[in-house]
Design a protein around this ligand. Structure first.
Ligand code: ZN
Length: 448
């Protein structure tokens, strides 16, 4: 593929006030509560439809459950270039209202931020990409390949089969050649200058089910039976204390080289990269080992019996290419050999990686060169699963997780999404909107 005069891509739209429109649209989307469950994402899809209507964009609902639609918005191209989709989800994680200092669904504007559930994860991207594509349509821009918004439901929970899995089944011909979704995009300050990580793929997800079989007994006596919960508690504690070995995925080498260029020993390089800042400690730490957390406990009653059986489901997020046998060996090492237990390890899922060399990476790099010239874009990995993985699996798309945050403290993003007081700087929303406009225009100029 070649890029035609690259880029007449710019960051400023002719007639649209990108900042104001993204601000208004994001506030509407936050106020529309799509906590999943139950989701009810169709109400958010209707806001997008009303916004794009009449601009020249086509739109189409793809729904298994009419209250939980997916939405495809399209700027139709000439058919002479690759297609590209901006992938976002319309649902949000539910809230614990008492943890919030503001109402989570009022889209409060305070301290130059918009506050509310979904501000970061990821209604900002829904608003930014909708405004950008609409501006291009209003200007009469005709891309070589189709430019799309792929807006999914049920990403955060994913158990209902109504979101991305339904979309790819119902639309086998959607086939975006390139996809930009969530996963990375925070700006890290490093000794060698600011760095954005382009997430080209994701760690794998697995789990280990640990079951202890004890001996039941009368719970009103002091020393009867063998309580399965007691033994399971010891095993869970061992899991918590376990230091998994460092595993360095090949895909992370460019990032490590950028963060700690002068260190040769791989383990020392990881340590040096983690030592740069608390946020890099979190992210590089998560990307270079298995991350274990007990997530579900079960010991069926009745409540007057010392339980015979207790089970813990332990989530295991693993580096790409790690096998089931390797996970099992790691878990057994953590649990020790003196307590009897049964172990079932799930085959790891995920771990697909897109090539880091593509016009989409060039487009993102070109935007940053213009809008944040000190910074560099370095390929890396995402620590958590997203719908990007579904696009790689189903369409063989080159999919990157990249949603840029130029101004936010990365730690604030990491600690507030899926938690309380989620908020986005209005400057970041504008940065994302201009980025989406630039990238869409650039990709619309790529020829097949
Ligand atoms: Zn998300």
């Amino acid at each position: 593929m070649t890029t035609s005069p690259s880029a007449r891509a710019t960051t400023s739209a002719a007639s649209t006030d990108l900042r104001q429109e993204a601000f208004d649209l994001l506030r509407q989307l936050i106020i529309c509560d799509t906590s999943n469950p139950p989701g009810r994402e169709t109400s958010a899809a209707a806001i997008i439809e009303a916004y794009v209507d009449g601009s020249g964009l086509e739109y189409e609902r793809v729904a298994k459950d009419p209250e939980r639609t997916n939405l495809i918005v399209r700027l139709r191209g000439r058919g002479t270039g690759p297609s590209m989709g901006f992938l976002s989800h319309l649902d949000v994680i539910g809230v614990h209202r008492d943890e919030w200092s503001v109402h989570p669904f009022a889209a409060v504007v305070k301290d130059d931020h918009i506050w509310g559930r979904g501000a970061v994860d990821m209604k900002c991207q829904v608003a930014a990409t909708t405004v950008a594509l609409t501006a291009l349509a209003r200007e009469g821009f005709v891309p070589n390949g189709d430019l799309m918004l792929i807006l999914t439901s049920d990403e955060e929970d994913g158990d209902r089969g109504v979101g991305a899995p339904h979309l790819v089944e119902a639309k086998p011909d959607l086939n975006p050649d390139f996809v930009a979704g969530e996963g990375s995009g925070e700006r890290f300050d490093t000794p060698t200058g600011p760095v954005y990580m382009l997430d080209c793929g994701v760690k794998g997800s697995s789990s280990a089910k640990v079951t202890v079989i004890g001996t039941s007994g009368d719970a009103s006596l002091i020393d009867v039976g063998r309580n399965a919960i007691d033994d399971l508690a010891v095993l869970i504690d061992r899991m918590r204390r376990f230091e998994p070995p460092t595993r360095i995925p090949d895909e992370l080498q460019p990032m490590l080289a950028a963060l700690a260029p002068d260190v040769d020993d791989p383990e020392e390089q990881v340590a040096a990269a983690r030592a740069i800042s608390p946020e890099l400690d979190q992210i590089i730490g998560a990307l270079t080992r298995t991350v274990y957390h007990p997530v579900i406990l079960d010991a069926p009653g009745p409540d007057n019996v010392v339980p015979r059986r207790a089970t813990a489901l332990i989530s295991a997020i693993v580096v790409p290419d790690m096998t089931k046998d390797e996970i099992e060996a790691e878990v057994r090492e953590a649990l020790g050999a003196d307590i009897e237990y049964q172990l079932e390890v799930e085959e790891p899922n995920g771990g697909l990686i897109s090539t880091p060399d593509s016009p989409l990476r060039d487009a993102i790099a070109a935007y940053l060169a213009e809008a944040d010239p000190e910074a560099t874009l370095v390929p890396g990995l995402a620590y958590g699963l997203s719908d990007c993985q579904v696009m790689r699996e189903s369409y063989d798309s080159v999919a990157y997780g990249f949603l840029p945050f130029r101004y936010a403290d990365p730690m604030l993003n990491l600690t507030t999404k899926h938690s309380a007081d989620e908020r986005i700087a209005i400057d970041d929303l504008e940065f994302q909107t201009r980025g989406a406009y630039f990238v869409a225009k650039y990709m619309g100029g790529v020829e097949r």
